[in-house]
Design a protein around this ligand. Structure first.
Ligand SMILES: N[C@@H](Cc1c[nH]cn1)C(=O)NCC(=O)O
Length: 436
């Protein structure tokens, strides 16, 4: 890639990754200010729950719309207004005189945020070589996970010091800084959106979706991704603190620290397995092995009474690290598709995972209610889903892309070369022996 192009690629990736980080902070902020918001806006707990969940009710269905729009028209023209919507939404919540205004702000935040992750993967797909996709998409995911782990600490302290309204407004203003960066730094790659795709994708805008929905491999990969991601949303984002306090006798502060290890581990795993997979030219066996290892680590967390905060934190980190392999599902899904459908297929994989989170989070809650708070029984769903995910991975086809074929050919060459060397050495020894 020429120097100017590689600068544009890097600037575009950094910009959308920052947008993803910003939207992750926006997404988790209500959970950090629940008590203050409930008191200030006069909400019941149910009304507060609805306010917070409005984000996902618009975010999940928007995934497909975003994927289709990016494939058709490119990222830049959507990302700029999306950042504005996300920032504006946060500022409206910060200034909300009533619950209705807060709800409207939250809807706008979720709407804007729905463009971030898929746009980031879209930029990776169109600006970078295919053999970098798993590593760079893992890096994008890592940024979101780190945003959650660190944002929770910083925002909690800021909310205590300045109040929730100032923090929501300040986060919105930080979003405007991301917007300014995007105006300068985000460019559509040559070959992205309508410069090429629009001409090559004839017929209805929904065309790419129709192709994807008919592809059994895409469905299986999306389900594997959703099963691999559910521990993050179910344990990391919701029920983990309760489990650690009830079954491992940790204090609230220690439980919070230990749970954050899931996000640190997932961040590290997303990058590590992406790099390993791109390097080895394999996806399927790494995905199956990592998912199985995650099932074992989660079983250790859930079915033991480990009371040391260090030991349980280490185990949660390992569970996240192994589970970070779920990011390979995006690479596997898009590698079976034409480049012109990359946005739609990654959005579809993400939408299935978000939908699964919307099902599993209340399902675990319902099992907890039914069992009188038995966390091990309710959260057994986590290792079960992972084991099912590992099994389902075995039914997937290894992507057959030019760079994987080149990898396999190079490996076969190296093996043949080593065989020839061994043969030559044996012959030389044989001759020396006969002469002697
Ligand atoms: N890692 C993804 C979710 C996912 C989907 N399939 C496998 N993992 C993620 O973090 N998405 C961000 C989002 O919330 O959109």
């Amino acid at each position: 890639m020429p120097a100017r192009s590689s600068r544009l690629a890097l600037a575009s990736l950094l910009t959308v990754a920052l947008f993803f980080l910003f939207e992750y902070v926006a997404r988790i902020s209500p959970s950090l200010a629940s008590t203050a918001m409930i008191a200030d806006l006069g909400l019941s707990r149910a009304e507060f729950g609805l306010f917070s969940s409005l984000f996902f009710w618009v975010y999940a269905p928007m995934q497909i719309v975003v994927g289709l729009a990016l494939d058709r028209w490119g990222a830049r023209r959507f990302v700029l207004p999306a950042i504005l919507s996300c920032s504006g939404g946060m500022m409206i919540v910060g200034a909300a005189p009533s619950a209705l205004w807060a709800d409207l702000g939250r809807l706008l935040t979720g709407f804007g945020a729905s463009f971030a992750f898929v746009s980031a993967l879209y930029v990776v797909n169109h600006w970078f070589a295919p053999q970098r996709f798993a590593l760079l998409s893992g890096a994008v995911n890592a940024i979101g996970m780190l945003g959650t782990a660190m944002g929770a600490i910083w925002l909690t302290a800021l909310i205590e010091a300045m109040g929730w309204r100032a923090v929501f407004t300040g986060t919105g203003i930080a979003g405007l800084a991301v917007l300014a960066l995007a105006v300068v730094g985000l460019r559509d790659a040559p070959g992205a959106g309508d410069r090429v795709t629009h001409r090559s994708v004839r017929g209805s805008v929904l065309g790419p979706l129709a192709v994807i929905l008919r592809d059994a491999q895409v469905w299986r990969v999306a389900i594997v991704g959703a099963l691999g991601y559910m521990p993050v949303t179910v344990y990391g984002a919701l029920w983990g603190n309760g489990e650690l306090m009830a079954d491992h006798a940790l204090s609230a502060v220690r439980a919070e620290t230990a749970v954050s290890m899931v996000f640190w581990g997932t961040a590290a795993g997303s990058v590590l397995w992406g790099a390993v997979s791109d390097r080895l030219g394999h996806r399927k066996w790494i995905l199956a092995g990592g998912t199985l290892a995650a099932a074992l680590a989660w079983s250790g967390v859930l079915f033991t009474a480990i009371g040391s905060v260090w030991a349980i934190s280490a185990l949660l980190f390992v569970a996240g690290l192994a589970g970070g392999v779920q990011m390979l599902s995006f690479a596997m899904a898009k590698e079976g598709q034409d480049r012109a459908r990359a946005g739609t297929v990654t959005a579809f994989v993400n939408a299935i995972a978000i939908a699964a989170a919307l099902i599993f989070q209340p399902l675990v809650g319902a099992i907890l209610d039914a069992t009188g708070g038995d966390y091990a029984a309710a959260l057994a769903a986590v290792p079960i889903c992972l084991a099912l995910g590992a099994l389902l991975t075995l039914t997937l086809r290894e992507p057959d892309t030019p760079h994987f074929r080149a990898h396999r050919a190079a490996r076969a060459d190296r093996r043949a070369h080593r065989r020839a060397q061994r043969h030559a050495r044996r012959n030389a020894r044989h001759h020396a022996h006969r002469k002697g």
